[in-house]
Design a protein around this ligand. Structure first.
Ligand SMILES: CC(C)[C@H](C(=O)O)[C@@H](O)C(=O)O
Ligand code: SF4
Length: 477
């Protein structure tokens, strides 16, 4: 009898992709290389300067997402006013054309945010190694893939060799059991975890999310959860593949078909961590304890339940936390003790690779149906891809949102990062479904409150930070 070491999902993917080891580092084979226009131009330029070719163009996919305007995309890069943005978009189109890398042009309905499009096309699959010059590459871990962000010089190396040099991380399991409450979802779970662990809480670790509450999540929700792993410092976040994963992938353009599908599924079934596998760290959470969450500060860990009040920096446990909270409150122009529900907002942004998939838009539409956005609020919905947009339009979601007063746009990163013209004005306060509430991120002087699509939709209607329960009460009275 041979005794096999009990392995985690992470171990299995790591071992299967190890090409060589060298002085404590491992050369991993890369199955999928995702590219976008902001971090790739220098890598292609470096490659060209070195006279090297792209080794496996068929294992890459390039998307224009950060800089694209959210209207008139059919005009292509020529329609982009900002010359620096236009140059990056043109470079991506030209570089991928030359290298033979699949790329969806601006305005192609298959285009959109790279972390929405690759799963939607069936390119992100269980057991893969996936890299991209973007921190939120962790999103693809929802498929049971090892997916992480890389820097521009690494990007050039992947283009040239289809491998990446890595040091293995520690492995942490976060087990969430029980049922999430009616208005709490994957976003609230992720924000709760970031608050509990801190923005550096998972540094040096690859997280595996497990437990009955995680198993019960849809693929869209698993992507939201894995997306935010990076905001607690993790190298990557994974969910073991299961029937939910296979059902999502079945029939997608790049998914295997017929006999190859059966073979792939049978291989994917062997990926989950062995029952006896040991993790370097374990963290457990009861899903009942997760409330709808809202950020009050300028870090994704500075969050509290929506029925709470702005905390007092003096109540923080360390001098560092007190200083960070005081600075955050100054930037956010908030006073300790103010109930979150009393905070008026100017803007609402429903979008980003965290929350712009069809499930997110369905939730928003369900909440705003038959209601109106508060008169002082400007609200924006940016679907994550052209196909999400189409699907939403087929379901009448756009009509519901437009009737309520939301602006319905074309796909891209948009106001998540303010690299196109969708930005907050100085001092504006925004309820946002994105993942980072850093100073100036959504526009210079802009103030971001992170929350779920359900809360952002409810906040748009009330004109203040709100949860859907507040709307139910208003309707009943
Ligand atoms: C532009 C890009 C490098 C950046 C990232 O890596 O995350 C962006 O996507 C972000 O969300 O801040
Ligand atoms: S949507 Fe936001 S977080 Fe996601 S890749 Fe774009 S800028 Fe980064």
């Amino acid at each position: 009898m041979t005794l096999r070491r009990a392995c985690t999902l992470y171990d299995k993917i790591w071992d299967a992709h190890t090409v060589a080891t060298d002085e404590g580092e491992t050369i991993l084979y890369v199955d999928l290389h995702l590219l976008h226009e902001v971090t790739s131009p220098q890598a292609f330029a470096g490659l060209a300067a070195a006279g090297r070719a792209v080794r496996r163009p068929e294992l890459a996919l390039a998307l224009s997402d950060h800089n694209v305007p959210t209207h008139g995309q059919y005009r292509g890069p020529q329609g982009v006013a900002d010359p620096a943005a236009r140059a990056q978009l043109e470079a991506l189109a030209e570089n991928s054309r030359r290298a033979g890398i699949e790329s969806f042009a601006m305005g192609d309905p298959r285009g959109g945010i790279v972390h929405v499009v690759a799963p939607e096309q069936g390119r992100s699959q269980p057991g893969m190694t996936i890299v991209c010059g973007d921190s939120h590459t962790s999103t693809h871990g929802a498929f049971g893939a090892l997916a992480f962000g890389i820097g521009t010089s690494e990007l050039e190396h992947v283009l040239a060799t289809q491998t990446i040099r890595q040091r293995k991380s520690r492995n942490m399991r976060i087990s969430v059991d029980g049922m999430l409450g009616p208005h709490a979802g994957a976003k609230d779970l992720a924000l709760h975890l970031i608050a509990a662990l801190g923005v550096d809480g998972a540094t040096g670790h690859v997280i595996e999310y497990a437990g009955s509450a995680v198993r019960a999540l849809s693929m869209e929700s698993r992507m939201t959860l894995c997306n935010l792993s990076i905001e607690m410092g993790a190298r990557a976040g994974l969910v073991a593949p299961d029937e939910t994963t296979f059902e999502y992938l079945r029939g997608r353009p790049a998914a295997p078909t017929s006999a190859a599908w059966a073979a792939a599924v049978s291989c994917w079934r062997g990926l989950p961590s062995d029952a006896e596998a040991a993790f370097d760290r374990e963290f457990r959470l009861d899903a009942h304890d997760v409330a709808p969450m809202v950020s009050w500060g300028t870090l994704p860990s500075q969050v509290i339940a929506v029925d709470g009040a702005v905390p007092d920096p003096a109540s923080m446990p360390t001098a560092e936390a007190r200083a960070a909270a005081a600075r955050a409150l100054d930037y956010m122009q908030l006073t300790p003790g103010t109930p979150l529900r009393d905070i008026a907002i100017d803007r609402v942004f429903i979008g980003s690779c965290t929350n712009s998939r069809i499930e997110d838009l369905r939730i928003a539409a369900r909440i705003v149906r038959g209601r109106r956005v508060a008169p002082h609020v400007r609200a924006l919905v940016v679907p994550g891809s052209g196909l999400v947009k189409r699907q939403a339009e087929a379901e009448g979601i756009d009509a519901v949102l437009r009737a309520a007063g939301f602006d319905w746009r074309e796909p891209g990163c948009s106001m998540c990062v303010g690299m196109n013209e969708d930005r907050l004005q100085p001092g504006e306060r925004c309820a946002a479904t994105s993942n980072r509430n850093f100073e100036n991120r959504q526009g210079r002087g802009g103030r971001t409150h992170l929350m779920s699509p359900a809360l952002a939709a409810a906040s748009a209607i009330v004109g203040r930070i709100a949860d859907p329960a507040a709307l139910d009460q208003a309707r009943a009275s």
